[in-house]
Design a binder for this molecule. Sequence first.
Ligand SMILES: C[S@@+](CC[C@H](N)C(=O)[O-])C[C@H]1O[C@@H](n2cnc3c(N)ncnc32)[C@H](O)[C@@H]1O
Length: 587
Amino acid sequence: MPGSWYTRSMRYLATVAKGLEAVVWGELSALGLEPGPPRPGLVPFEGGWEAGYRACLRLRAARRVLLELGRFEASHADGLYAGARALRWPDHFGRKTTFAVEASVRDHPSLTHSGYAALKVKDAVADALRAVFGVRPDVDREDPDVRVVLHLHGTSATIALDLAGPLHKRGYRVKTVPAPLNETLAAGILLLAGYDGTAAFADPFCGSGTLCIEAALIASGTAPGLVRKVRFGFQRWPGFRDRTFQRLVEEARAAARRPSSPILGSDADGRALIAARDNAAAAGMSEWIRFERRDAREFVSPGPGCLVVSNPPYGDHAGAGEDLPALYRAFGDALKRNAGGATAYLLCGNPALAKCVGLRAARRIPLWNGPMECRLLEYRMVEGAFRTPGKGESAAGTGESLGETPGPGRRGVEGAVSGDGGEAPGPCPRVDLRPPQPGDLPILFEHQRDPEAAHMAAFPPRDWEAFQAHWAKILADPEVQVRTVLADGKVAGDLLCWGPAEEKEVGYWIGREFWGRGVATRALAAFLGVLEFPVLFAHVAKHNVASRRVLEKCGFKVCGEMRRACGEPPLEADEFVLKWERAEETP
Ligand SMILES: C[S@@+](CC[C@H](N)C(=O)[O-])C[C@H]1O[C@@H](n2cnc3c(N)ncnc32)[C@H](O)[C@@H]1O
């Protein structure tokens, strides 16, 4: 194998269910793999072989990891053959390597049949290899050594190698039930919900146990690749670097820990529970999960601050025959009665059924379960009062914190006493807003870690993992508006707007080095111009005089005050609530 070629950086594509791009982006960043900007259904990243192996071993929510070999224009079949023929196939094949080609074709002017497109690429690969090795390689559609993937979208062709095979095939699903959740989607939903193993977890419609098993893998720090029963595709490639791979396996094993909170799966069907227990055993996770037979209408939260994540039957296969509207209503009632302080996420493919839950969703996150567009509905249960917060109420004081919503409740920070109009302002920089880019996150992370800023905002800093999970949620939520603030072209902070339509809240965070120079006021004023809501709210800690002045300069008026706990561990502070109303336009 050519040595230098094997150490150079390559371009990988992590494919992902639509709606989970930010989650996988966050996972890649956490692994130090420098992802590029996500596109619908995929997140690119760069690196050597080690990066590819690590991604296959550790990513929870990605469907596949592809190694991109080339991109080219192919307006006709001959162009597709020529483009594919020109790629460096001998770098990946030995004389006896078998292969198969898988193609997806969309919107091409003349190539409409994916089988024909795959055939063209197969011929190109075979001809290229025969020219080097003197023999045509064998095609093995069932169990090839190398899987070649063609995406032909319009006339733009991308050819890649599938590094691992489908990552959802962890190998622990030894028994199944109707409509089981895909393992990578289940993991992605858990990460989207911010699950990290610290809160108690429950799935009251657990079926074959996928969500519980993925939760146990997260809580025990077990990389999904470690439980995999079949070899990764790349382990059969001629250039496979076993020593590198074994080192990564050891590194992944070293991350294992004891889960600190209970994981509970329940289902009304005894056969589902048998499947769930066998699957958990196959994953090596039995020790951490309690499965029990229980009707979800009698659901009781297993602990304070519990996270409930579930996909109840939606009337296709699972649950057919049941009175599903009545079941959803009764389950909503059980949440109200027995799950105070919990946050519940339900994956639902049927909006009419979702309405029957009878709770107001704090968020509705679009997600694709295979071809089916679903919503992941988030419900926050108020502690003690056994209901979700009503209009104008805050979840504060409930053991939950609005700080865990996309955009902390109290985000306003502007420098010490000087603020914008204060003493010793520096020269006023040019302020611009733009959508966030992946490279902004490490800078924003440092801003919120600054103890002085955290004190002014009365918001405890997050660690890197929690920070990324929080931003993955923000970026995945189409209801949240977010901008990066640039001061003279440098990343100076961020602005967020979130919440239900009638209670939209804004918050911002400006790095300390930009305090006292009018950055927050200009940025917020520009943001108000972008937002289209007639009324907005903001919360500011009473001691944060400068931030209150920023808000007032932008037209916010104090409309109330409250004491609230934000962040983890919760930090209490007295706050002003400010309201902004769009001025009537005069004709
Ligand atoms: C869509 S499946 C869940 C699949 C699961 N996420 C998995 O990956 O296998 C819905 C499950 O709800 C269960 N179910 C239906 N009615 C129920 C009820 N009243 N109480 C509890 N579970 C119920 C069914 O037995 C089924 O296992």
